[in-house]
Design a protein. Structure first.
Length: 258
């Protein structure tokens, strides 16, 4: 028989008497919820939700790594291995002869300034259609041999009018280059003795000087890059025992120094 409620939940102990086991259930639940909310909102407690960005970040890094691996693989594509792989897949799926053909990527033609220079000189030789202009490449650089019959009268250091066409073409090539230019005068081994040129040394230096001065003054070649030297008969390119050899040795060399 119930005589009323005192607001407590009671039960009998197996020992003796009665004990208090709880208060209002609704009040207890309210306090528990408040404690949970306070725990979650406290700035001193980390929430697992705040670390979820690490998962997204890790996924992004993984995808980027995969992308770079694919790009590297594509840049080092081996055609033969590619076709073997396709053939193996064809065997598995019943299409042994089916292959996807891809064209090999052509290698890039790398045109260096040196290659362009040699090409320009070759075109100049073709345009003049003469054997009196020659090109040579050695450890010093690229040398343009211009023989006497184009640039000078015999025994003279005065430029021929016809030589200026060739020298203008040469100037158009060399004045765009950063390389130093050396103009060298040469003669054959037949001695010369005149009022203007007491020796082949004087003649070779005068020819180099007049050629260099024309390139600088009339064609705009940078004088800071130009030097001159005379070798007389001591740097032949042919033997001096034939008319052809002596004619080849009477020349002016324009050296593009490496």
């Amino acid at each position: 028989m119930f005589a009323g409620s005192s607001g407590f939940t009671k039960r009998r102990n197996s020992g003796s008497g009665e004990i208090q086991t709880g208060k209002y259930a609704s009040s207890k639940r309210a306090r528990t919820n408040a404690q949970i909310d306070e725990y979650e909102e406290s700035p001193f407690h980390e929430s697992s939700e705040k670390d979820r960005y690490l998962i997204t970040y890790a996924d992004l890094i993984t995808l980027l790594l995969g992308l770079f691996i694919l790009l590297y693989t594509a840049s080092n594509l081996d055609i033969q291995k590619y076709e073997k792989m396709l053939s193996a897949f064809g065997n598995v799926f019943g299409t042994e002869t089916a292959k996807i053909k891809i064209d090999a990527i052509p290698e890039k033609v790398i045109s260096t300034p040196l290659d362009k220079l040699k090409n320009d000189i070759t075109q100049l030789i073709a345009e003049t259609d003469t054997k009196s202009i020659r090109m040579e490449e050695n450890e010093r650089g690229i040398t343009i041999h211009i023989l006497e019959d184009i640039v000078f009268p015999s025994g003279s250091a005065e430029l021929k009018p016809t030589s200026k066409f060739v020298l203008k073409k040469v100037a158009d090539i060399i004045k765009k280059l950063p390389n130093d230019i050396r103009v060298e005068g040469h003669t054959d081994n037949i001695p010369i003795s005149s009022a203007a040129f007491p020796s082949n040394w004087h003649l070779s230096v005068a020819r180099a000087l007049n050629t260099a001065y024309y390139l600088i003054k009339d064609e705009g070649v940078n004088p800071d890059k130009v030097s001159i030297v005379g070798y007389a008969e001591y740097k032949p390119i042919e033997l001096n025992d034939t008319p052809y050899g002596r004619a080849s040795n009477r020349r002016v060399d324009i050296v593009i120094i490496k």
